[in-house]
Design a protein around this ligand. Sequence first.
Ligand code: HEC
Length: 170
Amino acid sequence: MLNIASKLSLAALLVGTINTAFAATTPAAAPAAATPAPATTAAPAAEDIAKYRHHIMETLGNMKTTIEFLLKGKVAANAGSIADQAKVMAMLTKNIPAMFPKGSTTHKSDAMPVIWEKWADFEKLAQDVATKADTLAKVAVAGNAADTEAKLKDLGAACKACHKDFRKDN
Ligand code: HEC
């Protein structure tokens, strides 16, 4: 199982990957005499951000599962710290809307176009998840397992609330 340090470096790696991907599409990377970026620039950017959020979302789902393993005592407590993992979830949920620039659907993406028609609702659900992840982290740091389990359930329900309205096949 990944320890928390490798998870953090995974998160850092993912952030680095997308930053590099965006940097590659900036005019600075183009030859000096090049004409302005063609309209097709939007397509690879949508691919990249959709891939990026896929990895972040998968990471969140995996971390929810690893915290459940720890809470249930299925693995030894020294295999990972619930509080550290909850803090990473809080960090990764801080700015979910930024991973959904307008129209960034691809043939592989499960993001529903209605996201950008009901953007305020989408942002509200994202904020709710960020707040609940913060609460989870605080309770996990305090160390009460029953409280932590309850807050993890609250968080999971908030994740699902967004998927229900805005992710395909839910
Ligand atoms: C504000 C809306 C929103 C919130 C909040 C949200 N998600 Fe998602 N999630 C999505 C959307 C939209 C997709 C599909 C993205 C795509 O395919 O482009 C998705 C995809 C996923 C996937 C599948 C991976 C993929 O991209 O196909 C997992 C796993 C997941 N989310 C877990 C979570 C967890 C766990 C939380 C809570 C900690 C969470 N999500 C919070 C909207 C949200």
